[in-house]
Write a protein that binds this ligand. Structure first.
Ligand code: GDP
Ligand code: MG
Length: 359
């Protein structure tokens, strides 16, 4: 799934297998670098093929971002409709509007600067051309962070470390992700790293039962680094494809939390220097600018490699996605648009903008 899970039977690895058996040694001679390229290329090719959302799925996305769209899209249209000429006065109004929809000041400034450049060169001088130019700017913002998910070395589990404050949807996202990874043929194991609350361990165990995957857990108050270390050891011994580790979103102090996450990331490197392959921050879109502050703080403690933004359904603050893309060089991997498993959606800038602004 877009780099998550094993990238099975890519052409490169099939070739390598053929080469291995032809050489008569019966072992894979594929160098790990070639393997990575092959697996990744395979994943991207599959993603491109699969990512034609059915119209039903697209309707659901459109419905989910309707409240954000009602503000952003309607305001942008109101601004330009009926104007025969696009001038810099309009840019001031657009600036105020973008900032007020949680796009944030730095991203808005960049967009305005770029639009001014286009207007000065008469490249966006009527309403239609101006709308196209705005969309292009928004797209560039969302698409600029597109680092692929790091793959695990052969024979090792890919480790996804989920971080984020309480209530954003980490555990629920783990459940949905597990289901999706399983559907693509991956074996999954979960690690109950949120040992701060007994209920957190139980909640993960419920997901474990529901998806029929093992959950490595210890008692409440146990050292999360030790729980996750154990889990990685077990996952490796059992040839598990993906290990997803849950973590606490709140400790006695924020400093404690960040130190604990650093320790978790450090300790698992004793088993696999590449782990965690993905540090996924989960943020809640309904919290607007708070989501941005959280992203910045977590990124300082444990460098993030991906973001999942949940609860885009039912908020008008979806513009925060642009602010986070501007502030951090970290790709948005998934968006959550509801409670169902399929409501965890791979984030596609084109699809998202079409849902938000129309075709
Ligand atoms: N509407 C909506 N609710 C969500 C979404 N993702 C998670 N939730 C809900 O958010 C609440 C908190 O989720 P939880 O996974 O326990 O958060 P955690 O504390 O970060 O582990 C639960 O009631 C979830 O059902 C989403 O995309 N949309
Ligand atoms: Mg949780």
């Amino acid at each position: 799934m877009f780099g998550f899970g094993r990238q099975k039977s890519s052409p490169a690895s099939e070739e390598a297998d053929a080469e291995a058996s032809a050489s008569g040694r019966g072992e894979r001679v594929q160098s790990s670098n070639d393997g990575q390229k092959g697996r990744l290329a395979g994943a991207i090719a599959r993603a491109a093929k699969q990512d034609k959302p059915s119209s039903r799925m697209f309707s659901r996305l459109k419905e989910a971002v309707a409240r954000t769209s009602a503000v952003l899209n309607a305001d942008i249209n109101d601004l330009v409709v009926g104007r025969s000429e696009i001038d810099e006065d309009l840019l001031e109004e657009l600036e105020i509007m973008l900032v007020s929809t949680d796009v944030g000041v730095p991203a808005t400034r960049r967009i305005i600067r770029s639009l001014k450049y286009s207007i000065d060169r008469h490249q966006a001088s009527d309403a239609d051309a101006f709308l196209v130019a705005i969309r292009k700017e928004l797209h560039a913002l969302l698409a600029r962070n597109n680092q692929p998910v790091r793959q695990a070395a052969p024979g090792r589990p890919q480790v996804i470390l989920m971080v984020g404050v309480n209530g954003v949807g980490k555990t629920t996202t783990i459940g949905k992700l597990t289901k999706q990874l399983q559907a693509e043929g991956n074996s999954v194991m979960l690690a109950a790293g949120d040992t701060f609350r007994a209920a957190a361990v139980e909640q993960l165990q419920v997901w474990g039962e529901r998806t029929d995957v093992p959950v490595v857990a210890q008692q409440m108050g146990a050292d999360p680094a030790s729980v996750i270390f154990d889990a990685l050891e077990t996952a490796t011994a059992n040839g598990v494809d993906v290990l997803i580790a849950d973590t606490a979103g709140r400790l006695h102090t924020k400093a404690n939390l960040m130190e604990e996450l650093k320790k978790v990331a450090r300790v698992m490197k004793k088993l696999d220097p590449d782990a965690p392959h993905e540090v996924m921050l989960v943020v809640d879109a309904t919290t607007g600018q708070n989501a941005l502050h959280q992203a910045e703080q977590f990124h300082q403690a444990v460098p993030l490699t991906g973001i999942t933004m949940t609860k885009l359904d039912g908020t008008a603050k979806g513009g925060i996605l642009f602010a986070i893309s501007e502030a951090l060089d970290v790709p948005i991997r998934f968006i959550g648009i509801g409670e169902q498993v399929e409501d965890l959606r791979h984030f596609d800038p084109d699809e998202f903008l079409s849902a938000l602004l129309g075709p």
